[in-house]
Ligand binder design. Structure first.
Ligand code: AMP
Ligand code: ZN
Length: 483
């Protein structure tokens, strides 16, 4: 059951709007992908958990999902607004690796993080450097009316399209002040479509174009891949909230120029009907920033012993439009919540899913779940509905299993494939391995059976000294945990 009409927040109009597909029965979604000059941090991964829940919700509601995620392997400068160096050129400088090796390495790492978070593969991965020819063709098509050439490249004149910056609503003097000026730009917000290689320099990635040797601007690639793979207008364009300020307004301006469209009071003139943005994951000590030595990668969470799906749970516990603060305590709480769900699901392992049978109590809970998802993907409320379904007593296990499976299609917590054991906290730095712990506990049990409490206490203390807490009578059924 998934009948509630889907409502989504459209950043372009700053309001919740009903989702009506442009092509009957289909949902076409483009998600700005990672710039592969470094590992993704868990904040970046929040953007893809959000896009995944959106995609799953659309499939769940019966739409045939066409999802594209791009890989930015060229064009993204160290500053979003066209100043600084190309992030990939900089990452390759001073190493013995080529830019292509670097892009491949971080693309693979990104895909591994996606899998670990149970994020579904998109129908298409599009790689920016595979689209250089179409980017040049796109730029040629808009150059005459909308662009001008200066020493550093071909620039887009934002005054040539209606409603520039509607998405950001920040095209004020103050807003523009943030954008570094480039010699010769007409408007502060104008941006590069094509960046010429400066005379006397060679870049690892450069191509011939009507404007000289160089590389495309970052915004161009998303316009081009969106148009080529999904066609304008498509249904939904997603990204993190930072993209609402520069990258997406610029993409929209290019799209308007390309289709010769008017203003943005008709959202489809922007190239997409919906523009959706996840809010940030924040961390007080600044570890999220990739410039700090140790930053918060999913791998770091795993090294500290947390199952990656605990992080997915953490994301789902917040609405995607709310800021979410990362803390280790918060992650542990999310892990515990997931563990409780998995324990409840383990009790259904022998049941055969029975989606046809009905039960009035489940119908009410499913309605609540559906309403929550339809309400701009309210996953925090959806999770409570899932917990209520798991807690129902004296109901047929087959129906319960079917209901929980149905809900997990949207949430993607992988509840039926996870075991409680997999969710044990397993830090890579642990002093004792699990076999040693189990062995000590068996010796302790034997001592207690013989009422040798001195030995039993000594074993408990030994374990405590090595960071392992013995948990007699734990309500979650754990015999021990790492301190
Ligand atoms: P990038 O690889 O820098 O292009 O970023 C990939 C995605 O992560 C983009 O959609 C960003 O908007 C998003 N993003 C960056 N930082 C965060 C954060 N701290 N929390 C959530 N999303 C983020
Ligand atoms: Zn993009």
């Amino acid at each position: 059951m998934a009948d509630a009409p889907l409502q989504l927040f459209n950043s372009l109009n700053r309001q919740v709007e009903p989702f009506v597909p442009i092509h009957d029965g289909e949902a076409r979604v483009y998600t700005c992908g990672p710039t592969v000059y470094n590992y993704a941090h868990i904040g970046n991964m929040r953007a893809y958990v959000f896009a995944d829940v959106l995609g799953r919700a659309l499939s769940w509601k019966g739409y045939d999902l066409k999802h594209v995620i791009n890989i930015t392997d060229v064009g993204h400068l160290t500053d979003d607004a066209d100043s600084g160096e190309d992030k990939l050129e900089r990452a390759a400088a001073g190493t013995d690796k080529s830019i292509w090796d670097i892009a491949r390495h971080y693309t693979d790492a990104f895909k591994a993080d996606m899998r670990a978070l149970n994020i579904r593969e998109p129908a298409h991965w599009s790689v920016a450097t595979d689209y250089i020819e179409p980017m040049i063709a796109f730029a040629k098509g808009i150059a005459e009316k909308h662009c001008y050439e200066i020493d550093s490249g071909l620039y887009f004149d934002v005054s040539t399209v209606e409603d520039y910056g509607r998405l950001a609503r920040a095209v004020t003097e103050e807003g523009e002040g943030r954008i570094e000026t480039v010699e010769g730009k007409r408007n502060a917000a104008d941006f590069a479509i094509w960046r010429k290689t400066p005379p006397g320099e060679t870049r690892q990635m450069e191509w011939d174009s009507p404007w000289g040797k160089g590389a495309p601007g970052w915004h161009l690639e998303c316009s081009v891949m969106g148009e080529k793979l999904l066609g304008f207008p498509f249904d939904i364009h997603t990204g993190g909230i930072d993209h609402r300020e520069i990258h997406h307004p610029n993409e929209i301006a290019q799209n308007q120029a390309f289709c010769g469209c008017g203003g943005l009071s008709d959202a489809t003139n922007s190239g997409a009907r919906f523009w959706m943005h996840n809010n940030f994951l924040v961390e007080r000590s600044g570890k999220m920033s990739k410039s700090s030595g140790e930053f918060l990668r999913l791998q770091l969470l795993v090294e500290k012993g947390y199952h990656p799906l605990a992080y997915r749970m953490m994301c789902l516990q917040a609405h995607y439009r709310s800021e979410l603060e990362f803390s280790w305590e918060g992650l542990e709480a999310a892990l515990t919540r997931l563990k409780r769900m998995v324990m409840a699901v383990e009790r259904l392992s022998d049941a055969t899913s029975d989606p046809v049978a009905e039960h009035p109590k489940f119908a009410t809970i499913l309605e609540r779940f559906d309403a929550a998802i339809a309400d701009d993907l309210n996953t925090p409320v959806a999770l409570t509905a899932l917990e209520d379904a798991l807690a129902l007593k004296k109901v047929d296990a087959g129906i319960k299993r079917a209901v929980v499976e149905h809900m997990d299609e949207v949430l993607g917590l992988d509840l039926f494939d996870l075991s409680r054991e997999q969710l044990r906290i397993r830090p890579a730095s642990a002093q004792l391995d699990e076999a040693e712990i189990e062995d000590a506990l068996a010796r302790r049990k034997a001592a207690r059976a013989e009422k040798d409490f001195a030995t039993s206490d000594a074993i408990r203390d030994e374990l405590a000294a090595k960071g392992v807490e013995v948990m007699d009578g734990d309500p979650l059924g754990w015999e021990w945990k790492r301190g």
